[in-house]
Design a protein around this ligand. Structure first.
Ligand SMILES: [Zn+2]
Length: 282
């Protein structure tokens, strides 16, 4: 199947009321685990690489393999730049062959966020890619450190309408009680706010910080208008737990550690796809 854009993959999810998982990769084990899960679940999937992880990977080596694997896959796959903060990185994603990007101007003033997002929106769309942007600010760090949401940075539904109109983006990341990394206390999502944002701006909405949100809350968030869910920390946690268990039961079986980690990632991704309702939609 060809690589698809974020817009294409989210259109069906938005119309039929499920969410597509966006799973971050930091090694080939992630790529294989996530794609195997998607194929077994017959689920569309978004493979993501975050700008903060680029210094730890050889993207010139990784991107062609990810694209080739996506094209050989039997399910729709998008290759997405997650949290692009810098213009040069977002532009490079076009060259690397990504099918979509996220520009994160959430730390900027509203006017500057609109200005930068609009400009990049024009450029990446002219190159045939989709674009996601963020309004409000999702708490925590993209590299997976513990943190929590702050209500003063929650997305304003009226501003969201204006933002989407001015920037012409394909998906909007919202701050509604979600945060990156491990949650210090149980997250409390503002479902009413999700509903209002969805009513005001219509584009598919994105929930970042998916590790630690309960299944019931995911289902409710999807019902209120979320169509893309970012998930990373839960995969790394599952891989580490599996390796610990494995070492305990087979202290000499080091050659299988990477495979065990990949299988743990695959299982947690499959489980999320079932909760997000994307299983069987690919
Ligand atoms: Zn994020």
């Amino acid at each position: 199947m060809p690589l698809v854009t974020l817009k294409e993959i989210l259109e069906d999810a938005d119309r039929r009321g499920y969410a597509v998982g966006s799973f971050n990769m930091v090694s080939f084990g992630f790529l294989n685990g996530i794609l195997e899960a998607a194929e077994e679940e017959k689920s569309p999937v978004i493979l993501s690489i975050a700008e903060v992880h680029l210094p730890h990977m050889d993207i010139e080596q990784f991107a062609p393999v990810a694209i080739d694997s996506a094209k050989k896959s039997r399910v729709p796959v998008a290759l997405h730049l997650d949290h692009g903060f810098h213009f040069d990185i977002v532009i490079k994603a076009i060259k690397w062959g990504f099918s979509s990007v996220m520009f994160d101007g959430s730390a900027l003033s509203y006017e500057k966020n609109v200005e930068n997002t609009s400009l990049l929106s024009k450029i990446v769309k002219a190159a045939g890619l989709s674009i996601e942007a963020e309004l409000g600010r999702v708490g925590g760090s993209e590299s997976g450190e513990t943190n929590e949401a702050d209500e003063k940075f929650f997305t304003d539904p009226e501003l969201a309408e204006d933002f989407v109109k001015k920037t012409n983006i394909d998906a909007l990341a919202v701050a509604v009680g979600n945060a990156h990394g491990f949650y210090r206390k149980k997250p409390k999502l503002d479902f009413d706010r999700i509903k209002k944002i969805k009513e005001s701006c219509k584009v598919p909405l994105v929930l970042h910080g998916g590790s630690g949100i309960s299944d019931e809350d995911f289902i409710m968030a999807i019902r209120m208008g979320i169509s893309k869910i970012n998930f990373f920390t839960g995969m790394t946690y599952a891989a580490v737990q599996r390796i610990k268990e494995f070492i305990k039961t087979d202290p000499k079986g080091y050659e299988w550690i990477a495979l065990e980690a990949k299988n743990a990632i695959k299982e947690v991704v499959q489980d999320r796809m079932r909760v997000f309702g994307s299983s069987g939609r690919g």
